[in-house]
Design a protein around this ligand. Sequence first.
Ligand code: ATP
Ligand code: FE
Ligand code: MG
Length: 339
Amino acid sequence: MRVLGIETSCDETAAAVVEDGRRILAQTVASQVATHARFGGVVPEVASRQHVRDVTQVVARTLGEAGVSWGDLDGIAVTCGPGLLGALLVGVSAAKGYALATGLPLVGVHHIAGHVAAAFLETDLVPPVLALVVSGGHTEILDLDEGFRFTRLGATKDDAAGEAYDKVARMVGLAYPGGPKVDELAQRGDPQAYDFPRAMLEEGLDFSFSGLKSAVAGEIERQKRQGEAVRAEDVCASFQQAVVDVLVEKAARAMRQTGRRTLVVAGGVAANQGLRRALTARAAEEGFAVRFPPVRLCTDNAAMIAAAGCALLARGRCDALTLNAHAQLSLDAWQAGRV
Ligand code: ATP
Ligand code: FE
Ligand code: MG
């Protein structure tokens, strides 16, 4: 089964062709990072306009590179939420247009289901698995069953892990998106320099990162007030250790509670070196398998949307041309077909 995936939920216009949910035949991304960098974040209206400008070219180039024509495809998958509404609408409208013109089945993919599906690309892994989702807007523990159905076991009460990374990056003067740069600085710092809080560590599968963010802000304030040079490496290392300790503890707890054998880690923060090391060590200790997508597939891409689309189409899910874009979309609403 060959599926075209389209992803325009934020600041990247992306398309990919994926075979059987595993093999990437081609992948194209038109990034808007440079455009938004001078604003210090993504400007929604600007993002929408660039998606409109780029989407058909990105799709055409992807099909060309994959060496397939429309007749070689079995379906079209598109991110239908959550994300920036105007940006999502461009991808959804394009996908609907292609589906109408070609008669191919259309399926709307929840962005987070896509992030999780990235873990199956270029592997022979099959569900059931437990997923630790750590992205810019989400921090969740999800159970994924054989039927590709998600059950949410825990989630953040406030900030997402990636959001905390980006805010700490800004505090120590690193440019947006700062997560990878904090990761890099952390490698050179002392993770025990500051004892930052690990919220809700002792019980449950939920998370909270806003207290940690405030503690980091407080420590930086203190250093500045006392005329010290801000020790960015140590702050980043200690912050990262606090985040990683919580993520590892909760993931291990969820594995014990559910008895699942494999943990997959998904979303941009899955690229984090400290998290990869710590989770790999804990998995070995506790005897479960842990899988991380290759770094380039952790952040937003269209291959993950095509992969999820394959899994869904193979199980008979197909959406009507009334498919809409949803800025807010829960996994439950999406799974129930309220799209
Ligand atoms: P969502 O998927 O929840 O809608 P998003 O699409 O913005 O949010 P992703 O693309 O999954 O998020 O990931 C981007 C996030 O990952 C950013 O917050 C970024 O700082 C963070 N990130 C990327 N690489 C790393 C890293 N090596 N260490 C820590 N954080 C990272
Ligand atoms: Fe994302
Ligand atoms: Mg993004």
